[in-house]
Design a protein around this ligand. Sequence first.
Ligand code: GAR
Length: 200
Amino acid sequence: MKFAVFVSGQGSNLQAIIEAVEKEEIKAELALVFSNRRKAFALQRAESAGIKTLFLDRRHYATPQSYDRDIVIHLKEAGIDFIVLAGYMKILSAFFVKKYPKKILNIHPSLLPSFKGARGIKDTFTYGAKVAGITIHFVDEKMDHGPIIMQESIKVSEKDTLETLEEKIHKIEHRIYPKAISLFVDGRLKAKGRKVEVVS
Ligand code: GAR
C-alpha cells in the first residue's frame, strides 16, 4: 500500500509517521508528502527523509475543486491508496473526499465534537475545559466530523499553561497516530455508519 501525508505546518506528526514507517511499525510506503504551504517545515522533514514532496499554490486555481482535482491527478500518478492528514489546515472539497471514501484519516487536537476548527488546543484551554484530548477519525464531507477511529483524553491541570498542554497533546498524537495508521494498513478498521470497530 502506498500513502500520502498532507501537511501545512511544522510536521511533528509527519516525523512520527516517517519514523514508524522506517521501523516498519506501519507496513506501507510513504510515497508522497503534499503541502498547500511552500514554507511548511514539514516539507523539509520529508526531503531530509528522501520522500517525494509536492506543493501546489492555491492562488493559481479558480476554485477549491479545481485545486483538489489537480491534487487527485498527482495522487493517481503516484499510485496513492490512502491519505493521512497531519496538520493539513485546509478543508478538502466534497469532490476530493468522494474520490477516497473512508481512505482519508485526520488527527484533531481535541475531543470531537468539541472544539472543531483550526485551534483545537487553544479553544479547549481558553474555554476552561478540565479534560482535553485527541481524536483520529475518517474524513467525510463535513469538517472534523467523520467516524471516530480513536480518542485519548488527558486532564487539564490547574498548573497547565497553553504551552504545557500543547506539549502534552503533541506527545500523545505522536504516539497514537502511527498506531491508528497501522491498524488501517493492516485492514483492522471496520467502519459501519459512525461506528469504527477494531477487528483482530
Ligand atoms: C496537530 O496538533 C494536529 O492535531 C493539528 O495540527 C497540528 C499539526 O502539528 N491539526 C488540526 O488542528 C486539524 N484541524 P504538526 O504540523 O507538528 O504535526
